[in-house]
Design a binder for this molecule. Structure first.
Ligand code: PEP
Length: 252
């Protein structure tokens, strides 16, 4: 049975004390949601240690939003996978469209980041997704296939076993527009086929999350589809009640 996951990407939001309050509120409401849901929160680097403490005993797991492509050394401003793992993180988001778009992250960079993450025992949440122009040109399947082939196909089967994929259509991120459940299912199913072509039956065990304006009002509909195993949540992850309500989108 693959994991049902609700992961919150806080992006560059909240000050540390606010992040701790948010984490505490999520932890306090955790028992309202089926134990079968695996919650992950991904705050900014500066909050990782205090948020880890705030989540202690809640079963909610910590993730980071990125990691460096190198192990250590003279890379001003970078944060290594080892530093992240030392804060208690278990996951790291890699290849988010904002990093690809604003920071020019290429497949070559992402391959190095993936290697660093695995070397430190972090499970990557690898993001793929097409932009509006690509969707309108009917190229969405081809775009996500390339994003998977260039990076995920290079993993070993052992590495693939802990990978999480997030399908995030760029046109739906932070825009209030959500892919329909049918659109999400179509592409999630396709992603699983692309994964199966390289990793065989293990593709059935890989959690594929939907991201892009997922909120309490549409989570249940999206999560009802057989290949949608949860969500990567941006805006709605900044309110504890909304984040928890998204988790309730999975039938108990
Ligand atoms: C995201 O950027 O990962 C995301 C899904 O954002 P939002 O939920 O705000 O669209």
């Amino acid at each position: 049975m693959r994991k049902k996951i609700v992961a919150g990407n806080w992006k560059m939001n909240t000050l540390p004390a606010e992040g701790v309050e948010l984490a505490k509120a999520i932890a306090a409401g955790r028992d309202q949601v089926c134990e079968c849901v695996h919650f992950i929160v991904c705050p900014p680097f500066t909050h990782l240690l205090p948020v880890h403490d705030a989540l202690r005993g809640s079963g909610i797991v910590l993730g980071a939003q990125d990691c460096a492509a190198e192990a250590k050394g003279a890379y001003t401003g970078e944060v290594s996978a080892a530093m992240i793992a030392a804060t208690g993180c278990r996951y790291v988001i890699l290849g988010h469209s904002e990093r690809r778009q604003y920071y020019g992250e290429t497949a070559a960079t992402l391959n190095r980041k993936m290697a660093q993450a695995y070397a430190e025992g972090l499970a990557p949440i690898y993001c793929v997704g097409e932009n509006l122009e690509e969707r309108e040109a009917g190229r969405h399947l081809e775009v996500v296939r390339t994003q998977i082939e260039e990076v995920v196909y290079r993993l070993t089967p052992e590495q693939f076993a802990s990978l999480v994929i997030a399908y995030e259509p760029v046109w739906a991120i932070g825009t209030g527009k959500t892919a329909t459940a049918e659109q999400a299912q179509e592409i999630h199913h396709y992603i699983r086929e692309v994964l199966a072509a390289r990793f065989g039956a293990a593709a059935e065990e890989c959690s594929i999350l939907y991201g892009g304006s997922c909120k309490p009002s549409n989570a249940a509909e999206l999560f009802s589809r057989p290949d949608v195993d949860g969500g990567l949540i941006g805006g709605a992850a900044l309110k504890a009640d909304d984040f928890l309500a998204i988790g309730k989108g999975f039938a108990r």
